[in-house]
Every structure is written in C-alpha cells, then in structure tokens.
Design a protein around this ligand. Sequence first.
Ligand SMILES: Cc1ncc(COP(=O)(O)O)c(C=O)c1O
Length: 352
Amino acid sequence: MNFLARRFPALSMVPHVPLAKPTPVQRLDALSASLGGELWVKRDDLTGAAYGGNKVRKLELILGDARRKERDVLIAAGAFGSHHVLATTLYGKAWGFDVHAVLVPQPWNEHVEENLRVGLGAGLVPHPVRTWAAVPPTQAALKASLRLEGRRPFTVAYGGSSPRGAIGYVDAGLELAAQIEAGELPEPEAIYVALGSAGTAVGLAIGLAALGLTTRVIAVRVTPALVCNRATVTSLVASTMHELRSVTRAFPAVGRAALAQLELDPSLYGAGYGTRDAAAEEASALAAEAGLALDGTYTARAFAALVRDARKDRGGRRLFWHTLSSVDLSERAAASPEVPSHIREMAFASTL
Ligand SMILES: Cc1ncc(COP(=O)(O)O)c(C=O)c1O
C-alpha cells in the first residue's frame, strides 16, 4: 500500500498491515536476444522474506480488514497445494490468527506436497473435501461451529481476490508506474500475468489505468472458464472500483479503461488446472536459463504466452509479472510432519 497512499492520501485509511516490499524490474537480455523484442520481468517472487509471490500484496489488505473487524480465525479455501492457502497460513499465523482451510484435491507433485506440508507444519487446520462444490457448505458449517465455540471467523475469498485483496495489486500497478517514471524500464506494451481468481490482473489493470498508462494486461487463464471469465472479471473490476471510490473520489473512474486494457487469454489452459503442458514446460526451461523458477500451474503458462508472442512479433516490449514465491521452503518442509495419508490418498483420486 506504499504507492496508493502516497498518491491518494485518503486511501491510507483503508486498513492494511505492512507485509510486501517493492520489487525490482529486470531486463532479460539473453532471452530478448534469442526470442526477439525487449523482454522484462517484474520480480514479485520477492514480495516477502518469509514467503513471496502475489498473495502477499493481497494479504496486506485482507489481514488489515480482518484485524479491523476484530476477527481471530481465518477460513481460506483452495487446492491442496494452493499458494494462497500457504501464504494466508504463514502471514495469518504471524499476525496472530488461527488459520483453517477447506482443501480440494489436485494432481499431486512435489511442489503441491511441499506447499501443503509447510502449511500444515505452520499450524494450518485442514478440512479436505472431494469437490469444489463441497467448499461453500463446508466453509459455512465451519464458520458456524467456530462461532458456537465463541470464535470470530473471517472467510477469505478464493485466491485472496476480494475487492479489498485486489487493491494490493492496484498499488502494484502504481509501483510499476513509478519505476517507469524513474527510468528503471520503458513502458511495456504488454504485461503477461497468470489469471486464477483474477485479483492480480484486475488490480494491475486498474492501477495502470489510474495513472493513464495504456499497457495491455494479458491475463493468461489457468483456472476453469466457469470459475474465471469475462463476467467475473468485470464484476471484480466494478467492485474494486467501488471500494476505492467510496473512500475517495480523487481516485479516477477508470473501470471501463481498465477493462479495455485487460485481455483474457485462455489458450494455455491445456488439459486443465494443474495438469502438465508441453508449452509450459518449455517456457519453464527458458525461464530457468534466466534464473527464474516457475511453477507449471500458473507462472509457466503466463510465461509461455509471452514466449509465443515474442516469437510471433519480434519487435515488442513485453513484461512478465512473476507471481510465484522464490523463497526456498525445502528445509522448512523437511522439518514439518509428512502430509497425513488420508489427505495424500485423496490427491491421487483427484478429478480436477
Ligand atoms: C503463483 C500464482 N500466480 C498467479 C496466480 C493467479 O493470481 P489471481 O488468483 O490473482 O488471478 C496464483 C493464484 O493462486 C498463484 O498462486
């Protein structure tokens, strides 16, 4: 929330906690030479010391909201290896909340296992269910039973993509604009970012539009169209704009401009959420040469879209928005108890 509050002082009243650090931009020289055009990366893998990635910026606002409402337990939901659930657990616990999550099976791999193991080791209370349809009733039942115990639960939106959470990325859009203004990078023509629950792409588009930047935001969809689509994105743009402008009319009415800048790219969805994909694997290997570690579910797909477009039109200036934490959790995982076998077995029967 550093940049928003500076530019629009009234927005400093929106409750938030300080979690995220501004992140650097870097030019990818070797990849620019081999793929074509001018390629850049925004290192949001470095947003936090304990855990980085895009969730940290959203949690600043979400934890701020939960604290302001005097809640003491967070109820999250996500796939077994959810970065959002892990980030909510690590930062939620650090700020004094208990953390529960309703967890849905996904194809199992080492990354999924590490995330879940670290979360459980940090005190996450898991509530595994077999399908996404079971999530809302399970969350509702959990909330009711926690209330009966005298607790004050707070339900966190999927992926942290509530209008409040998205404000974390409005701030990130202003941060990038400040970097452009300071001459750290020229204005890119397009930003490539993974689209899961949409808070990241929506917030960014609003932040850029608010400062008059016309950079396109290519939002590479990795979750089912039923979950994330033009209608859900439009609705999140509208509700995030409402949050901002109900605090201050000094924030410009850029909802339509933001929507016009936001392009949904479904072409990398492949065989489904969390599945393996050849283009994503090639993109991961290219990114690794530039020292960037990507995951197959989100970031490798966004990067694959950038690689494809750079090859097609060798002249453009493109920026990859890195959204995966690069904090090494291997030691922490090894020191955590193994994932209980009943949860592991559910992952292998996954229908996602
Ligand atoms: C690494 C990573 N990148 C991108 C995303 C997508 O962000 P959003 O849910 O804001 O669309 C997620 C969401 O879980 C993620 O974990």
